[in-house]
Write a protein that binds this ligand. Structure first.
Ligand code: FRU
Length: 499
C-alpha cells in the first residue's frame, strides 16, 4: 500500500483525536522490530501494521495451529475486512503468512464491504473456511448485507473461494438484526457438518443452526439457542463445543459500550442447545469474540481478541492496533462454569533465569522483581494470610501501576487499571475460590501493553494497559491490615513469539 492511499482514503486523525503514524511497506514481523516498540506485546499476535479484531478460522491443520484475524492493513482502524493469517507449531510461536482472504474492490471510496468473521475445519485434508461476506448496502443498494461463503486450501496457505458462493444466500426470516460469524463443527450426534450463525431478532440474541454433508449444500435446522432479551440483542461469534461431558455455547455481545463473552454450559441434542449454567468468560475489559477449536490432544483451545469495541487503542500512534490473547485451554470449573488457563506450551516462551522464592511472609510492599514480558506464578496461602486484602502490582513504578486485589472475605478478585497509564481506566471484578488446600493460585501473563490473570479455579481477568514510563516494570506483592503468606512464587521472563 502507498502512503498516498492511506492519506486519501483515511482521515489523518482517528475518532479519539490521535494522529495516525505514517505506515511503511507491509513486511514480515521480526522480533527485533517488535522489540523496539514499547507498547507492542512481544508474545501475543499483533498485526505488523493496520488493525485487527476477531480471531477467525482457528484450527489445527497438518499439525500446525492456524490463526486468522479480522484485518484492515491500510490504517490502524476498522475498515474493509481482510483475513490476516499466521500459523504456529505450538500455539504460542507465530509465523506470518500471506493475507488469506481479501475484500472485493470498493464500489465507492467509503465502501466498507469485506470478509467478516468465520471459522475453519479440516475436511479430510482440505482446509475449509466459512465466513460472512459483508456487503455495504450504502455502496450496494438492495444487496443482502450478510451471506455465508466458503473457501478452501490444500496447502494451508493459498485459499480459493468456492465457485458456488454464497452457500447461504440469505438469513432465515426474522433475522433482520444480523446474520454473521458462521461457526463450523463436526456434530458427533449425527456425524454431519453443522454451522452455527450469530443473530438477533426483536431485541433477543439468537443462534441459527444449519446442517450439511459436503460443506457446500446447507439446510436450515432451526434456532439452536436464543436469549430472553436481558443477555444481548445480537449474539455474535458463536462457538459450540464439548467439554467435560457437557456442551458449551460461547457467544459475544457488544452493547452500550460494553463487550462481553458470555457462555452457557448445558446439553445439545443435534438441533437445540439447552442451558444449565450461564456466566461471563473473563471479567476483564479486553476479551471479545473468542473462538474455540479442539487440538489433536483433545484440548478445547480458545483465542480471543484482546481488546473490544470501546478500547482507546493508543498503539495507533505506532501504526497498528489490536492483539490476540495467548492461546487458552478451557475447562469446567468446580462450580460447573467455564474456566480458562494459559495453554501449557506458554512455558516454551520462557527466556532467561526466573526469580524463585519459597514460602514467605510479606508485610507491606515487597517487589519480587521486574518484567514487562513475564509470567508470575504464585500461591497465596489464605489460611495463613492475616490481611483481608492482598495485592499484586504489575507494570509498577512510583508513578503508576496496574493493581490486582483479592478480598479474602468475599472472594472478589479485582483488576484496577485506574493508575495504569494511557488507555481505558476502570476496575474489573470476578469471583475466585482458592484450591481445596486453601491456596489461591495465580498465573499472570504480563506483556508490554497487557495483563492476563488466571486463577487456579479458572477465573480470568484480561486488560490492555499502556504504562507511560519506562520504569513501570515492577512486579510487587502487598498486603494491607495484616500479612500475606506466599507458599512460593516464580517470576519468569518470557521471550518473543516471533523469530
Ligand atoms: C465482532 C464482529 C463480528 C463481525 C466482525 C467484523 O467483533 O462485529 O460480528 O463479523 O466483528 O469485523
Amino acid at each position: 500500500i502507498s502512503l498516498d492511499d492511506v492519506r486519501t482514503e483515511n482521515p489523518a486523525k482517528d475518532d479519539n483525536g490521535l494522529t495516525f503514524r505514517a505506515l511503511g511497506q507491509a513486511r514480515q514481523p521480526a522480533a527485533h522490530d517488535y522489540a523496539a516498540d514499547p507498547l507492542r506485546p512481544q508474545f501475543h499476535y499483533t498485526p505488523y501494521q493496520g488493525w485487527i479484531n476477531d480471531p477467525n478460522g482457528l484450527v489445527q491443520f497438518g499439525g500446525r495451529h492456524h490463526l486468522f484475524s479480522q484485518f484492515y492493513p491500510d490504517a490502524p482502524k476498522w475498515g474493509p475486512m481482510h483475513w490476516a493469517h499466521a500459523d504456529s507449531p505450538d500455539a504460542v510461536h507465530w509465523r506470518e503468512l500471506p493475507v488469506a482472504l481479501k475484500p472485493p474492490p470498493p464500489a465507492t471510496p467509503a465502501d466498507a464491504s469485506g470478509i467478516f468473521s468465520g471459522s475453519a475445519v479440516d475436511d479430510d485434508g482440505m482446509l475449509t473456511v466459512a465466513y460472512t461476506r459483508f456487503t455495504d448496502t450504502a455502496a450496494h443498494p438492495g444487496a443482502t448485507p450478510e451471506t455465508v461463503e466458503i473457501a478452501t486450501s490444500k496447502d494451508g496457505v493459498n485459499f480459493a473461494p468456492y465457485d458456488g458462493n454464497p452457500v447461504i444466500a440469505e438469513p432465515p426470516p426474522g433475522s433482520a438484526a444480523g446474520f454473521r460469524d458462521p461457526y463450523l463443527f463436526r456434530d458427533p450426534t449425527d456425524d454431519r457438518w453443522k454451522l452455527a450463525v450469530g443473530s438477533g431478532d426483536g431485541g433477543k440474541g439468537k443462534i441459527h443452526l444449519y446442517a450439511s454433508d459436503d460443506l457446500k449444500d446447507w439446510s436450515y435446522s432451526g434456532v439452536l439457542a436464543g436469549g430472553d432479551g436481558t443477555d444481548g440483542a445480537m449474539w455474535e461469534c458463536p462457538a459450540l463445543f464439548r467439554l467435560g461431558g457437557k456442551w458449551v455455547l460461547l457467544t459475544s455481545v457488544n452493547e452500550g459500550g460494553k463487550s462481553v463473552q458470555q457462555y452457557a454450559v448445558g446439553t445439545y441434542d443435534g438441533q437445540k442447545f439447552t442451558a444449565e449454567k450461564r456466566g461471563v468468560l473473563d471479567g476483564g475489559g479486553d476479551t471479545y469474540a473468542g473462538q474455540v477449536y479442539a487440538d489433536d490432544r483433545g484440548r478445547q483451545l480458545m483465542t480471543a481478541w484482546m481488546s473490544d469495541w470501546s478500547a482507546k487503542e493508543p498503539t495507533r500512534v505506532n501504526g497498528w492496533a489490536g492483539a490476540q490473547t495467548v492461546t487458552r485451554e478451557l475447562f469446567l470449573r468446580r462450580d460447573g462454569g467455564l474456566g480458562a488457563r494459559p495453554v501449557a506450551e506458554v512455558a516454551k516462551l520462557a527466556k532467561g533465569d526466573p526469580v524463585r522464592v519459597g514460602a514467605k511472609t510479606v508485610t507491606g510492599d515487597w517487589r519480587i522483581g521486574r518484567g514487562d514480558t513475564a509470567r508470575l506464578q504464585a500461591g497465596i496461602d489464605l489460611k495463613r494470610t492475616g490481611a483481608d486484602v492482598v495485592k499484586v502490582r504489575l507494570h509498577a513504578s512510583p508513578a503508576e501501576a496496574t493493581e490486582l486485589r483479592y478480598e479474602k472475605s468475599s472472594g472478589t478478585l479485582t483488576l484496577d487499571t485506574t493508575r495504569s497509564g494511557y488507555g481505558t481506566r476502570d476496575t474489573y471484578t470476578t469471583h475466585a475460590e482458592p484450591d481445596a488446600d486453601g491456596v489461591l493460585r495465580l498465573d499472570i501473563l504480563v506483556d508490554r501493553s497487557s495483563v492476563e490473570v488466571f486463577t487456579g479455579d479458572g477465573a480470568t481477568l484480561t486488560a490492555r494497559v499502556y504504562p507511560r514510563y519506562a520504569e513501570s516494570t515492577g512486579v510487587e506483592f502487598a498486603a494491607t491490615g495484616g500479612s500475606l503468606r506466599l507458599t512460593g512464587a516464580k517470576l519468569t521472563p518470557l521471550g518473543s513469539s516471533w523469530s
